[in-house]
Design a protein around this ligand. Structure first.
Ligand code: PLP
Length: 394
């Protein structure tokens, strides 16, 4: 089996599993209880908060634990929108290729009277800072732009974007779910006010994540109830999940300097090998991309059939994102970088992890090449392309 879908989720590390089990067994008290057993859980929670804060250059008081990336995205955006409402600023800037946790929240705000500008991400899948600068208005209350894209892996010029927002006095949120522990992220250096992260994208458990909110940014809580998370996120804390997240984050982050260059080298080999397939193309910038992400389009085939045949060979990959797989709409990300519907349908995302081997990369190249050729052998679209009834695009 070759697991090449790390952008959808990663396998929990041994450390994260062990930490989670021991916390569940030994630290099962309620952190809000005043007796010693509860206070031990509270200490574990605060230790985790310190660890998480240290990795991204924040202070512990700026970290709020959530149920994952989606919740953090929702809370960040809705908090900025609430501030905007108070000051009469109802304009938000984002991009067309954000995660649906962001896009659907923006859709909701549009119905409530907000004006949303979606910046172009161009063919290379990268926002141009000067276009952001031009889009900022007097009534802009928030800029929300993802750190790295979950489908095509392109990394945005976050530091420049953050600097522009800081200069203009506009709040800046970034969905950094794909970036944290895979590339260096520092909220101070990058001028970030709000940041979302999720444990299961860096070998932690699912259903847990965190929101960083700069000290000066007041949050709106999405869940009403107790005073947990300094009154910003009610509900008894998921202590085993949170401590396991912190353990996974520390471990993955500690290995990053060594792993990232090796994974990136294997990614480049993958790109080199797979783009040898005729009428194929890499999606997104070749340089400014996550170490583990390779995403392709192939003319004349359907991504879904490609996935099924790869699955038969023990290869787990995806077409579009996990959230849109299963629907017949082409990926909004591929459309955003200008791929036409037909081509966007024939896409494949391979997201490799730290444990990938050279042999597995060669096997991926071989299998994808064979399966694409096989699918084309009976594809009516491919026949039309060969016969000149349709034009090749790639
Ligand atoms: C996975 C992902 C999310 C959602 O995180 P969950 O913890 O699954 O809710 C949000 N944004 C991006 C970029 C992601 O890759």
């Amino acid at each position: 089996m070759i697991y090449a879908d790390n952008a959808a989720t990663t396998r929990m590390s041994r450390t994260a599993v062990d930490t989670m089990i021991s916390a569940a067994q030994e630290n099962w008290g309620n952190p809000s209880s005043l007796y010693a057993h509860g206070q031990r859980a509270k200490e574990a929670l605060e230790e985790a908060r310190k660890d998480v804060a240290a990795v991204i250059g924040a202070t512990p008081r700026e970290i709020y634990f959530t149920s994952g990336g989606s919740e953090a995205d929702n809370q960040a955006i809705l908090s900025a929108a609430a501030l905007g409402r108070k000051t009469g600023k109802l304009h938000i800037i984002s991009t067309a290729f954000e995660h649906h946790a962001v896009l659907h929240t923006l859709e909701k705000l549009k119905k409530e009277g907000f004006d949303v500008t979606l910046l172009d991400v161009h063919e290379n899948g990268i926002v141009r800072p000067e276009e952001l600068r031009a889009a900022i208005r007097d009534d802009t209350c928030l800029v929300t732009i993802m750190y790295a894209n979950n489908e095509i892996g392109t990394i945005q010029p976050i530091r420049e974007i953050g600097a522009i927002c800081r200069e203009k006095g506009v709040l800046f949120h970034t969905d950094a779910v794909q970036a944290i522990a895979h590339i260096p992220v520092n909220v101070a250096d990058d001028n970030i006010d709000l940041l979302s992260s999720s444990a299961h994208k860096f070998h932690g458990p699912k259903g847990v994540g965190f929101l960083y909110a700069k000290k000066s940014v007041p949050l709106t809580s999405l869940i009403s109830g107790g005073a947990q998370e300094r009154g910003k996120r009610a509900g008894t804390e998921n202590v085993p999940g949170i401590v396991a997240m912190a353990a996974a984050l520390k471990e993955t982050y500690a290995g990053m300097a060594e792993n990232a260059p090796r994974v990136a080298r294997l990614r480049d080999r993958l790109i080199e090998g797979i783009t040898q397939i005729p009428h194929s193309a890499l999606n997104g910038d070749a340089v400014h991309r996550l170490p583990g992400n390779a995403n392709f389009c192939f003319e004349g085939i359907e991504g879904e059939s490609l996935l099924l045949l790869l699955d038969d060979r023990g290869i787990q990959a995806s077409s579009g994102s996990a959230c849109t797989s299963g629907s017949l709409d082409p990926s909004h990300v591929l459309l955003a970088i200008g791929r036409v519907h037909d081509v966007a349908h024939g896409s494949l995302r391979l997201s490799i992890g730290e444990d990938i081997t050279e042999e597995q990369v060669e096997e991926l190249i071989q299998s994808v090449s064979e399966v694409v050729e096989y699918l084309r052998s009976f594809s009516p679209i491919w026949r039309d392309l060969l016969a000149g009834k349709k034009q090749f695009i790639l």
